[in-house]
Write a protein that binds this ligand. Structure first.
Ligand code: SAH
Ligand code: SF4
Ligand code: F3S
Length: 437
């Protein structure tokens, strides 16, 4: 335990997925509402919240090196481990490292009580999972930037055999319609132009009658909201209503992140993905039929236990067939307590490295082709921040590409542009009026 303190300043550091970013923002708002001051300088913070990710081994190990660094070089702050490692390892973390608080992703609304407890020199531990009461106990949204996250759904019931999320985030639950519409309105009032709806399986959102497509249609009616996105989706939850929203709702951006993980049916079955290669491809066909310009994204795992060279080749040829605009890819990481960790045929690290390289070469090739094909396109860019050059601003295209341009427009503005060139990481655009001149 650290020296007892009543922290005055705090810093929240989030790792992992966008849901953790959202949770980090909510914890920041919560502690600010308690009178603490947020600081960007970790070394100056009295309280450091590490909002952790457990998805792969390396993510988990990072927590311990971060704690070590804070203890060595910092001002010996109060340390709270939040997020998925906190949920998975619980009190073990306090045995292995010097921390003051361990708080799970469904219990962080209790952070002020835990800080008070830690200030008395006791370990603040809370890994309960009362998901819905968490949201009810959080303060109202503060000022946000032009793009904001809104968690609509949490948890997962899918139990893919490699994955810790069902254990760290708990069962699938959906937040209520009214709370979500209210929070979306509050975000727009606070400055958001674009809202990204979040969930571990965001498209599993339902209030019993209505699906995510219906919620998107409702949010479409909020004046001042210009763009709607959602992530991450599961292939089996791609409802007709959601696909139709891609046809009808102009504010819904033409982008779909739909992880497939692998292109071979035996591997998909061993992963317990509950979709096949073919059923996945058919969903993409249906989405493309209503929204031909949709940019597709995915997640991939190479080296799942037992994956043969021929099975891996099926993932490569699926990539060729789909032509993703962008994607994330990972080496399989055995996670304690998941079924795949005990499967026969664990793949050697050098084989995984080699497969990942080939996979990423294919994905990079497709991403470059998608970006090159965007040159000459006209679209709107939502300005998110300043660039490095004088007068340069950075933003996103509807297809989630990073765009830079010289403009007088300000952060939060939507600018009509023509994309003029494509580099490896971002595209250059010029404002339409300039393009015409
Ligand atoms: N619910 C989402 C993804 C959540 S986790 C979905 O089902 O698609 C984000 C990504 O991390 C997964 O899509 C998967 O590609 C990767 N991932 C999850 N567990 C992993 C593991 N044990 N090893 C390597 N990558 C993993
Ligand atoms: Fe993990 Fe599968 Fe659930 Fe995605 S659907 S969070 S990969 S168990
Ligand atoms: Fe990581 Fe938890 Fe998100 S394990 S990916 S932070 S749901």
């Amino acid at each position: 335990m650290t020296k007892p303190t009543n922290p005055k300043t705090f810093h929240v550091k989030s790792f992992g997925c966008q849901m953790n970013v959202y949770d980090g923002e909510r914890m920041t708002e919560l502690m600010a509402a308690q009178g603490l001051t947020a600081t960007d300088d970790v070394s100056a913070a009295d309280l450091v919240v590490l909002n952790t990710c457990h998805i792969r081994e390396r993510a988990t190990e990072k927590v311990y090196s971060d704690i070590g660094r804070l203890r060595k070089h910092g001002n010996d702050p109060m340390i709270a481990v939040a997020g998925c490692v906190a949920q998975a390892e619980g009190v073990e973390i306090a045995r292995r490292a010097k921390v003051d608080i361990v708080v799970g992703p469904q219990a962080y609304h209790n952070l002020p009580d835990l800080v008070a407890k830690a200030s008395r020199g006791e370990l603040g531990l809370d890994t309960d999972m009362p998901v819905l009461s968490k949201f009810g106990a959080l303060p109202a949204r503060r000022k946000v930037g032009p793009t904001a996250f809104l968690t609509v759904q949490e948890g997962c019931d899918k139990f893919c055999t490699y994955c810790v999320v069902p254990y760290t985030r708990g069962a699938e639950i959906s937040r209520g319609w009214d709370a979500l519409v209210d929070e979306a309105r509050a975000l727009v009032d606070a400055g958001a132009k674009e809202i990204t709806l979040l969930g571990q399986n965001v498209n599993a959102w339902s209030d019993g009658e209505r699906d995510l497509g219906a919620l998107i249609r409702e949010l479409d009616r909020i004046p001042g909201l210009a763009r709607i996105r959602y992530t991450t989706s599961h292939p089996n939850d791609m409802t007709d209503g959601l696909i139709e929203a891609h046809r009808d709702v102009e504010k819904l951006m033409p982008f779909l992140h739909l992880p497939v993980q692998a292109g071979n049916d035996r591997i998909l079955k061993a992963m317990n993905r509950s979709h096949s290669r073919d059923s996945y491809l058919r969903i993409l066909d249906r989405v493309r039929a209503v929204r031909p310009d949709i940019a597709l994204s995915g997640d991939f795992i190479v080296g799942f236990p037992g994956e043969t060279e021929a099975e891996f080749a099926d993932t490569l040829n699926l990539i060729e067939e789909v032509a993703y605009a962008q994607a994330f890819s990972f080496k399989y990481s055995p996670r304690p307590g998941t079924p795949a960790a005990d499967m026969d045929g664990q793949i050697a690290p050098e084989v995984m490295d080699e497969r990942l390289q080939r996979l990423q070469a294919a994905l990079n090739r497709d991403q470059a082709a998608f970006n090159a094909a965007s040159v000459g396109r006209t679209c709107q860019v939502l300005i998110e921040r300043r660039g490095k050059l004088p007068g340069q601003m950075l933003g996103k295209s509807p297809w989630l590409q990073s765009i830079h341009l010289i403009t007088d427009a300000r952060i939060g503005d939507l600018v009509e542009v023509e994309i003029v060139s494509a580099g490896p990481n971002s595209l250059a655009a010029v404002e339409r009026m300039q393009a015409a001149a």
